[in-house]
Design a protein around this ligand. Structure first.
Ligand code: NOJ
Length: 480
């Protein structure tokens, strides 16, 4: 997709997913009992609160008990793919610490623990013989949640296809529909009696575009010719996975999640508005619309035109699935400018610091809480969307441990301002049923490594010690 960009432009384009401006964190004391005029009760008694996590970012144990490599294991071994040269080999060591970590979730007064299963742990060959030790691990995780009265929410795919399948083309190969179906079948048969809440894909736009189009995430493949089949196969798997869960799990609550952002023009120029339409189609419409039977947003995103080559008879029906909920994952907004020579997108997101944004995260993402409100309104305007959960939202910074405490006032304020916007949308009738924050523990932030910390709980990666940050204490009190 981005082949023709020079290095600088190319990097700007990536900033939508993986940018890197630095903000000097302020060390102020958080007022952990200030709720900015709203309380838990305002969200209703059935509203679900929880945390989201992902396998590769925290499990570690990358070669333990029969697990094979995923594309992220391979990708992180290669020089210079990850900014600080780190890997997820150990990460938060959750494979061994899951029990006390899940106790932490409980101690924060949360009700939901969202995790993903690592395909390469349960099916080391991608398909075929299951690895019982891998299956057992997730039984232990799920059982621990249930003992603690937490709902386990299982994500089937959080970006880590087994390397053996990548060797056959991964998501670019249409056979992935069979592979993913087999994996989903195994997961539902293994855990369907205990797990009722299922998420099929995590942010398909991100893992397809960044991994198979731009190539700065695993598996590091570039070019629109690789991206288009990847998008189509992922979109089919999204629906096919839903069908398999529906037929194997009684009373399942089935969703899929999207990375979403409110997109705005830099200037009130017609061309910037047209650029907004393209970016909006890429970021917000690409995967939800085919699932609703609306097809791909080709007229707004012309580079999709050749996706037809990969569409077989009957595929348009296969893309459709009646999800019980949609997971929206929002962190920031995007402000875009028309730039005619940028291939395919003819526009770029403008760096928040350069356009004068005053507050942004360690990843350079602007704090713009209204984006969550706009996103919720927008997704609820699709008539067929029955329910929405905010399945990720959070703030990255370079937290510092001082006297065994982390005063992450910026993160507390971030959460308060985004929750206020979520409540605003809810009060205006958006059917938002819950909020899962990103994330429980500081962890491996993909190509950024370990420097940006997102956790409510600080992790000392040398000792694996956990320390509740002020933001964790804020949630603990808020959810009491
Ligand atoms: C999206 C992804 O799902 C998650 O893995 C990532 O760490 C966060 N957003 C923050 O970038």
């Amino acid at each position: 997709m981005i082949n023709h960009l020079n290095r600088k432009e190319f990097l700007r384009l990536l900033s939508l997913f993986v940018s890197g401006s630095l903000l000097n964190p302020q060390q102020l004391l958080a007022n952990t009992s200030d709720y900015s005029g709203f309380s838990k009760a305002d969200f209703g008694k059935d509203f679900l609160w929880g945390v989201s996590t992902a396998a590769y970012q925290m499990e570690g144990a990358f070669q333990e008990d029969g697990k094979s490599n995923s594309i992220w294991d391979t990708f992180t071994q290669k020089h210079r793919h990850i900014k600080d040269g780190t890997t997820g080999d150990v990460a938060c060591d959750f494979y061994h610490t899951y029990s006390s970590d899940i106790d932490l979730v409980k101690s924060l007064n949360m009700k939901v623990f969202r995790f993903s299963t690592a395909w390469s742990r349960v099916l080391p060959n991608g398909i075929g013989r299951a690895n019982q030790k891998g299956i057992d691990f997730y039984h232990r995780v799920i059982d621990k949640c249930l003992e603690n009265n937490l709902q386990p929410w299982l994500t089937l795919y959080h970006w880590d296809i087994p390397q053996v399948l990548q060797d056959k083309g991964g998501w670019m190969n249409r056979e992935v529909i069979d592979w993913f179906s087999e994996y989903t079948y195994l997961m539902t048969k293994s855990y369907g009696d205990k797990v009722k809440d299922w998420i099929i894909l995590n942010e398909p736009t991100a893992f397809t575009v960044v991994g198979y189009g731009v190539g700065v995430h695993a598996p590091g493949i570039r070019g629109v010719n690789h991206l288009l089949p990847t998008i189509h196969h992922a979109a089919i798997c999204q629906a096919e996975g839903g069908r398999i869960v529906r037929s194997n799990v009684k009373n399942a609550n089935i969703g899929t999640t999207f990375s979403c952002s409110h997109v705005m023009p830099l200037r009130n120029f017609e061309k910037d508005h047209i650029a907004v339409e393209r970016w909006d189609a890429l970021l917000n419409r690409l995967f939800i619309e085919p699932s609703l039977g609306l097809g791909y947003p080709i007229s707004s995103l012309p580079f999709l035109k050749n996706i037809d080559k990969h569409i077989k008879d009957g595929d348009m029906e296969k893309l459709v699935f009646d999800f019980d909920f949609i997971g929206v994952q929002n962190y920031t907004r995007e402000v875009v400018k028309n730039i005619w020579y940028i291939p395919y997108m003819h526009g770029l997101e403008i760096n928040p610091a350069k356009r004068g944004a005053t507050e942004y995260s360690e990843l350079g993402w602007e704090v713009y809480p209204e984006s969550l409100y706009e996103t919720l309104k927008r997704f609820s305007s699709y008539k067929a969307v029955k329910k929405i959960y905010v399945t990720e939202n959070g703030f990255a910074r370079q937290d510092e441990l001082i006297d065994n405490k982390v005063h992450d006032i910026q993160r507390v304020n971030y959460f308060k301002s985004y929750l206020a916007q979520m409540l605003r949308a809810k009060n205006e009738g958006v059917k938002v049923g819950g909020y899962l924050c990103w994330t429980l523990l500081d962890n491996f932030e993909w190509r950024e490594g370990y420097k940006p910390r997102y956790g409510l709980v600080y992790v000392d990666f040398k000792t694996q010690q956990r320390i509740l940050k002020d933001s964790a204490i804020w949630f603990q009190n808020f959810l009491m």
